[in-house]
Write a protein that binds this ligand. Structure first.
Ligand code: NAD
Ligand code: DAU
Length: 353
């Protein structure tokens, strides 16, 4: 059942991976709703991701930082938002291990600034604050069990700790000030426009350029993979139908160890590029493990599936075929995003991977 139809939505971080997939879906689907994309365009943000929607009359881009209180207040005044969909974050675990500072600033302080402005702009009970969060707030599983709505918070990386803090702040604004909110905690996404520091696009880019493919430790760590279009479909349902104060767990029910995932991905890559099966597997190199590497994530989406009548449409294999095809058709996008400043940063941290 549709509970609300926002007219003016502040989307933060819309030039990143999931945010741009979301806007590319939502802007054409809701021509009478205004979508204002507030993005600082960090290394992870790229306006090329939004080429399909940038000329639409119900889309506006505002460059700025979510930690800038006056800027955010000005946008609330200018556009009269009745919903916030909050994607903006520092999102890469390895970077948070090297330096957590930006993670606390953007993910914690930035979320607070948005909440304070929503509270100031909306009468009690008005509006909706949709916080897009991660399953990493629940920590690391052993070989059995799944994250559920009852799972305690147990973040283990600085990234996960910053997202957990943001989740707590959102809930505290709900209970203390009556700010309407929903939180979504989601598993690993993959698909078009994902920055090639994350496992799947990194593997594809290295396979394409015949560079070593780094797998941390023994490659036994397990992740639950969700194709980004399926995630965005769930987010759309949460925006329209999500109940105030509810948390929605979203996953793909596709648990794969890293080594099995990379081999499956390279099989798809070799098949599509007309190479012998196993050729790109020769590039796999086992490297030093990530510090504090969470062993396994798995999430029980059954409550979300039932309440919102949603389920992922893509199996992992179907998603991989679409993803490999997309990256091979967008090699210019890859080259542009891997610009010089990023490359020199990356090399200084990780060497020539
Ligand atoms: P991303 O790193 O690809 O994009 C982040 C975007 O936020 C970029 O466009 C960046 O420019 C912008 N941004 C960063 N700091 C900002 C600031 N201070 N002010 C304004 N904009 C800023 O991230 P993503 O993978 O698309 O993730 C989006 C959200 O989803 C994040 O909150 C992340 O925690 C969450 N999430 C991601 C995954 C995943 O697998 N990628 C899974 C679950 C949840
Ligand atoms: O679970 C949701 C989370 O998924 C999101 O909240 C994060 O924003 C997103 O980055 C992702 O976190 P992960 O750390 O799981 O994703 P990443 O792609 O960095 O790594 C996936 C797995 O692959 C993880 O076990 C580490 C491993 N890995 C990663 C890289 C980059 C490698 O073995 N080699 C690599 O080079």
């Amino acid at each position: 059942m549709v509970l609300r139809q926002p007219q003016s939505i502040l989307v933060t971080g819309g030039a990143g991976f999931i945010g741009s997939n979301y806007l590319n879906k939502m802007v054409p689907a809701y021509p009478d709703t205004l979508f204002v994309n507030l993005d600082a365009l960090t290394y992870a943000g790229n306006l090329e991701n939004l080429a399909q929607v940038c000329d639409r009359s119900n889309y506006v881009f505002e460059r700025g930082d979510i930690t800038d209180f006056e800027l955010v207040a000005g946008l609330f005044d200018k556009y009269g938002f009745d919903a916030v969909v909050h994607f903006a974050a520092e999102s890469h675990v390895d970077r948070s291990i090297i330096d957590p500072t930006a993670f606390v600033k953007t993910n914690v302080q930035g979320t607070l600034v948005l909440l304070q402005n929503a509270k100031a702009a909306w009468k009690e009970g008005e509006g909706l604050f949709h916080h897009v969060s991660t399953d990493e707030v629940f920590g690391s599983l052993g070989s059995k069990g799944v994250f559920t709505l009852e799972s305690p918070y147990a973040p283990r990386s600085p990234y996960a700790a910053s997202k957990a803090s943001a989740d707590h702040l959102v809930r505290s604004f709900g209970t203390t000030y009556g700010l309407p909110y929903v939180i979504t905690n989601t598993s690993n996404n993959f698909g078009p426009y994902q920055f090639p520091e994350k496992l799947i696009p990194l593997v594809l880019n290295n396979a394409r350029t015949r560079k070593p493919i780094p797998i941390y430790g023994k490659g036994e760590n397990v992740r639950d993979w969700l194709y980004v279009e399926d995630h965005c479909e769930a987010l759309e349902k949460v925006l329209l139908q999500g109940q105030d104060g509810h948390t929605y767990l979203i996953g793909g029910s596709e648990e794969w160890s890293n080594v099995d995932l990379v081999e499956a991905l390279l099989d798809v890559f070799d098949a599509i590029t007309g190479q012998a099966k196993g050729r790109s597997g020769e590039l796999i190199t086992f490297v030093q493990d990530r510090a504090g590497h969470d062993f396994r994530y798995a999430i029980d989406s059954s409550v979300t599936q039932k309440e919102l009548q949603w389920r992922p449409k893509h199996s992992l294999k179907e998603g991989l075929v679409k993803t490999v095809t997309w990256y091979l058709e967008h090699t210019d996008w890859l080259s542009n995003i891997l610009n010089e400043s990023y490359r020199s940063y990356y090399q200084s941290q990780y060497g020539d991977r």
